[in-house]
Design a protein around this ligand. Structure first.
Ligand SMILES: *Cc1c(COP(=O)(O)O)cnc(C)c1O
Length: 418
């Protein structure tokens, strides 16, 4: 058990120790991580460090004390709504990440259904590939959830939505794209069904919100997936993914923006005064707000398009390379920069073990088994090396692996603790 040292140390020695703890960490500066980090290169790193560092000690709990944080949040929300083709009737809040944005979207739908339709115990309908944050939200908010089945082609089928809608359905969801195979759900068809049944529809663009707009602009034709689609009542989009901000930055947007009244929390009967919050957090870090605001302004449309082109080129090269290697393939048809690598001949996790030995990091997923690769601009530098290592890994892979599929933290010890 580590105890607080009796005596302090110098900054230098603390930092030395911190750095020494990092020896086994994923090397994202050299793009060895195919997930968790969205690396846009040293110039963007410097921008987020400068802006984030500048406000590091501030608190966005009360932006009346730091009006700059209110202005920056308002800007980030308006810019995000614009990127997602929202009009003046779209409004929202900055949150700490996709999980909080999704939580607030479900909470808003729950409270709106309570107030407007008298529904006490609501139902949430999500595709099988939707992020588990929806299930976490449903669990915490005491909302029942049901999965739409997944098609043979690993796609969500809009026709599966209708039969799951009940009198007490408070929200249906589509992803743009979904994390596992990087494919965008049939948003126009799903939202049309929800609209016809009078049910709110959320598009989870946590992953694609700051990438798909540029993918379309660069010439790929996709069915509409954002506020262009009638019936879309809320969206989530993570600035800390392809927005290239620092961790702790996302937006949740509502249409009409008056629905925000179901999201906010206010309590007046406290000796401490009126407690009001836009989303879940109380004390709220300022650095992610300032870093997101800074990087949006630093890159502009032109910068995001350039980085998207770079990332798409790396992805195309990756996909073509994978398809050229016997024994491995890509699952589904990825719509942007997220690729699930599978194998019908080998245990793909055993291939993953060989790649891990060469210091590549990625998530592993089940059903079907796959190595999950998310490209970011920096991967343009390493995709050839990765493909060469992959070729070797397929050749040298053991017959099987004992490594588990995992996305988040390993909580098995806590789960079984007595
Ligand atoms: C990352 C992600 C989330 C959750 O976001 P966090 O920021 O990790 O909480 C939700 N949906 C999708 C599609 C994601 O990729």
């Amino acid at each position: 058990m580590t105890a607080l040292p009796k005596q302090g140390s110098t900054l230098e020695s603390v930092m030395d120790r911190l750095r020494s703890l990092q020896v086994d960490d994923g090397d994202y500066h050299n793009a060895r991580t195919w997930g968790l980090i969205y690396n846009a290169g040293p110039e963007v790193d410097a921008v987020v460090q400068a802006a984030g560092g500048h406000v590091l000690l501030e608190n966005a709990l009360n932006p009346l004390v730091f009006p700059s944080l209110k202005v920056m949040q308002r800007d980030v929300i308006a810019i995000s709504a614009g990127i997602l083709n929202g009009g003046d009737d779209v409004g929202g809040a900055m949150t700490s990440g996709g999980t909080e944005s999704i939580f607030m979207a479900v909470k808003t739908a729950r409270d709106r259904a309570r107030a407007e339709r008298g529904i006490e115990h609501g139902r949430l309908i999500i595709p099988r590939t939707a992020h588990p944050a929806f299930i976490k939200a449903a669990h915490l908010l005491d909302v029942e959830w049901v999965h739409m089945p997944l098609g043979e082609d690993l796609r969500t089928r809009a026709a599966d939505l209708e039969p799951l809608i009940t009198e007490n359905t408070i929200l249906a969801v589509g992803s743009a794209p979904a994390y596992p195979f990087g494919m965008v759900d049939p948003i126009p068809e799903m939202a049309a069904i929800a609209l016809a049944r009078g049910i709110p529809f959320h598009v989870d663009a946590c992953l694609g919100g700051f990438m798909l707009p540029w993918v379309e602009r660069l010439g790929k034709t996709l069915p509409a997936w954002d506020f262009r689609v009638p019936g879309v009542t809320s969206m989530s989009a993570d600035l800390h993914k392809y927005g290239y901000a620092i961790k702790g930055a996302s937006v949740v947007l509502h249409r009409p923006k008056a629905n925000l009244r179901y999201q906010i929390f206010m309590f007046a009967d406290w000796p401490g005064g009126i407690y009001g919050t836009q989303a879940f957090l109380g004390t709220k870090p300022a650095a992610p707000i300032a870093a997101a605001w800074a990087v949006l302004n630093f890159l502009g449309e032109e910068g995001y398009l350039r980085l998207a082109q770079q990332t798409l080129d790396a992805t195309s090269k990756l996909i073509a390379g994978v398809e050229s290697i016997d024994g491995v393939h890509v699952w589904g048809q990825p719509d942007m920069t997220v690729v699930a690598l599978g194998s019908r001949e080998h245990d793909v996790f055993a291939i993953g073990d060989r790649l891990a030995e060469r210091n590549w990091h990625f998530d592993r997923q089940d059903d079907p088994p796959a190595l999950h690769l998310m490209a970011s601009p920096r991967h343009a530098l390493v995709v050839d090396e990765f493909l060469s290592d992959l070729r070797d890994a397929v050749r040298d892979a053991a017959p099987s692996s004992t490594t588990a599929a995992r996305y988040g933290d390993d909580v098995s010890a806590e789960a079984t603790a007595r």
